[in-house]
Design a protein around this ligand. Structure first.
Ligand code: GRF
Length: 207
């Protein structure tokens, strides 16, 4: 297997000016978006959010973006619309916003190799497990079902697979006796919020 390095996102000299322009893609609650935006506002991440994009009009994260005065776009997949056409519309919105980096934050679509290739090494994701364990949906449930004693959070660059891209950072979280999906998810989420911002700062070369 070829060695890959999540830190290779970082160029010796950033090829986009800092603060970087972030597009955050989400489908739901948007707590990771909130923590990223907070960290940008606090100067902890050398970036600013230029677009929050959701594939679901009812995503709570959109309302959070609007409440912060940030541009929020809905790009839903129309009934019968081809995946490639939908992705073209997503890419067009991102490009129109002039985003340098795309942060997936609970974006519930698997992006096609063509889409990922367009933004190679410029898409970052957060996942609620220690990848490569428990990729895909319901990672916390998978951890409980396997009887894992440790799970965690992973920040990785996005490649053409599902949660398979080069790992940039991980933090372990214990699975405690009596945990259910909600209690484990909450413990992991607190770590996600911290880890995503800190890792993005490092990847951008400002932290
Ligand atoms: C997080 O657990 C994230 O790791 C996963 O989806 C969840 C999104 O939560 N990809 P939120 O919308 O950021 O609150």
């Amino acid at each position: 297997m070829t060695a890959v390095d999540g830190a290779s996102f970082v160029a010796p000299v950033p090829w986009f000016p800092l603060p970087a322009r972030l597009a955050v893609l989400l489908s739901g609650r948007g707590s990771n978006f909130q923590s990223l935006a907070d960290a940008c506002d606090a100067g902890e991440v050398p970036a600013r959010v230029v677009l929050v994009l959701s594939d679901r009009a009812d995503a709570a994260g959109l309302a959070k973006a609007r409440a912060r005065g940030l541009p929020a776009a809905v790009v839903e997949r129309a009934p019968g619309e081809k995946r490639a056409t939908h992705e073209d519309r997503i890419a067009a919105a991102i490009q129109a916003a002039g985003a340098d980096v795309r942060c997936l934050a609970g974006f519930m679509r698997v992006l096609s190799p063509a889409f990922v290739g367009r933004f190679e090494r410029r898409i970052v994701n957060i996942h609620p497990s220690l990848l490569p364990s428990f990729p895909g949906l319901e990672a916390q449930r998978q951890a409980l079902e396997h009887g894992a004693k440790v799970s965690g959070a992973t920040v990785h660059l996005v490649d053409a697979g599902t949660d398979t891209g080069p790992i940039a950072a991980q933090e372990a979280v214990p699975v405690l006796t009596g945990d259910d999906e909600a209690s484990l998810a909450a413990r992991i989420l607190a770590v996600e919020h911290r880890l995503y911002a800190a890792t993005l700062a490092r990847l951008l070369g400002g932290g």
